[in-house]
Write a protein that binds this ligand. Structure first.
Ligand code: C2E
Ligand code: MG
Ligand code: MG
Ligand code: MG
Length: 288
């Protein structure tokens, strides 16, 4: 243990700080165990076509069903996983579950045309050389074509990533797996990279959608962003849509896809399976 106030007058390491560190170490080791004992779950949040409400896909969002603390959102453990070097393993765990579920749904009840499952990929996974080989193997095993999976990568991960990241993105593109820039508008806001990447979609961050219905200047701002993305030849997804007014404005601005509590919250795999079944029986793709 360090000294709280040494004679040099510098606060080094208090008992409270020690407790925080110890807690993070405990959580990291619990997390390591969670990978193999089935506590890591994937929830799915529908993505819809804004023009007609059809189900275009779903985003896979990791959850940790902790035996004591209950269902944990990513904010409760992702940065600990990062610090402990567990992001590659966590990503593998999520990808395996998602592709298996997609394979099952493709056989029964069947997936809507162009339906794609979106998976968030961390910088650590991108830098790890064999991501593409791993995804190829999973898709082969499940008998799925590349476009059934979409990888979501933040603009900061793209910009801060080195040549390896670029190579991985290119090889994923060649595999037919669409690449989507996540949290667009929150990062470095460097836009020159937009045209040089094999990305096909950009997802406008919730923070830009939040004030859309209450602040007229925000409409002009998002309008410009949508035009920019379109000019680069990409389609637009908006996340965090909670109200009808936001959905209508985004539709008017030409935003193609939307995701948010207005349409559906993240749900367990079993619930998305039921939704897919009801669409199959209904004979059309309307998600609501
Ligand atoms: P993200 O990729 O931007 O995902 C969208 C987040 O916004 C999700 O939070 C989702 O539940 C939430 N959200 C969607 N619509 C609404 C809405 O209308 N209102 C509100 N208030 N929230 C909405 P979640 O599931 O807590 O995930 C947070 C972040 O954790 C994700 O942000 C993503 O960056 C990261 N994450 C989640 N799953 C994974 C994963 O499997 N791997 C990696 N590397 N990161 C993940
Ligand atoms: Mg995402
Ligand atoms: Mg996002
Ligand atoms: Mg976001």
């Amino acid at each position: 243990a360090g000294k709280a106030k040494g004679h040099g007058g510098i606060s080094v390491f208090t008992p409270a700080m020690h407790e925080v560190v110890a807690q993070r170490v405990r959580v990291a080791s619990e997390l390591r165990a969670a990978f193999s004992n089935g506590e890591i779950e994937v929830f799915y949040q529908p993505i819809v076509g804004l023009a007609d409400g059809t189900l275009a896909g779903a985003e896979a969002l990791v959850r940790w069903r902790h035996p004591v603390r209950g269902l944990q959102p990513p904010a409760a453990f992702l940065d600990i996983a990062e610090d402990a070097g567990l992001m590659v393993e966590l990503g593998r765990c999520v990808l395996t579950q998602v592709v298996q579920a997609a394979g099952d749904w493709a056989r029964d009840p069947g997936l809507p045309e162009h339906f794609s499952l979106h998976v968030n990929i961390s910088p650590a996974e991108l830098a790890h050389g064999d991501l593409t080989a791993h995804i190829r193997r999973l898709l082969d095993e499940a008998g799925l074509p590349g476009p059934r999976l979409t990888v979501e990568i933040t603009e900061s991960a793209i910009i801060s990533g080195g040549p390896d990241t670029r190579l991985t993105l290119r090889s994923l593109g060649e595999l037919g797996v669409p690449i989507e820039i996540d949290d667009f508008g929150t990062g470095y806001s460097s836009i020159s990279y937009l045209r040089t990447l094999p990305a096909v979609r950009a997802k406008i961050d919730k923070s830009l959608v939040d004030t859309l219905a209450s602040d007229p200047t925000q409409v002009a701002f998002v309008d410009a962003i949508v035009r920019l993305i379109h000019a680069a030849g990409l389609t637009v997804v908006a996340e965090g849509i909670e109200g009808e007014a936001q959905a209508r404005l985004l539709r008017e601005l030409g935003c193609e896809y939307g995701q948010g509590y207005l349409f559906a919250r993240p749900m367990p795999a079993s619930e998305l399976g039921l939704l897919l079944r009801s669409l199959q029986e209904g004979g059309h793709g309307a998600a609501r």
